[in-house]
Design a protein around this ligand. Sequence first.
Ligand code: GAR
Length: 195
Amino acid sequence: MTGKTKIAIFASGSGSNFEALEIACREGELDAEIALVMTDKPASFVIERARQADIRGVALEPKAFPTKQAFEEALLAILREAGVEWIVLAGYMRLIGPTMLAAYPSRIVNIHPSLLPSFPGKDAIGQAVAHGVKVTGVTVHLVDEGMDTGPILNQAAVPVVEGDPEKTAQAIQKTEHVIYKETLQKLFKPVPANN
Ligand code: GAR
């Protein structure tokens, strides 16, 4: 027994958040063990990052299954066999279905690049820039059946760099890499209240 929380990270893209969490685990800032990285997109760069970090990568494509339920049941078998306690979504661009939600009630966490409930869904940064908001940010929340809904655990504001969506995205990413590890650490290892 290591006393570390066993997590699976789900990602569909580049995996910079995975990498930040992996470093936090290695450096003792996050008391967790990444049992595996799951992607629904086998060609995504996160799988290469997992390989470099010597972490098991699992690619499972929903289209290989007749139903979403069958996909999630196959995924659950892998998670259970690996002893996964919490699921951490890091750029996973797919809704979690009832099968997974029932198996991990209030144990699935997501990070989203906006101050929810503003700008849920895809391209949250583009949505914020298009609306001309001056401040956007990052939200970490528990996952429910909705799209980027569910109880909010933490938020951080990030100013929009006017006329420069690329710089805004970089600032958001930098904030994500800090807020996610800090929020997860508090979630997994709550500091006991002093009476
Ligand atoms: C992150 O900005 C994350 O917040 C976002 O995808 C990006 C993944 O980046 N997630 C969502 O939009 C979820 N609705 P990464 O692959 O470099 O970690």
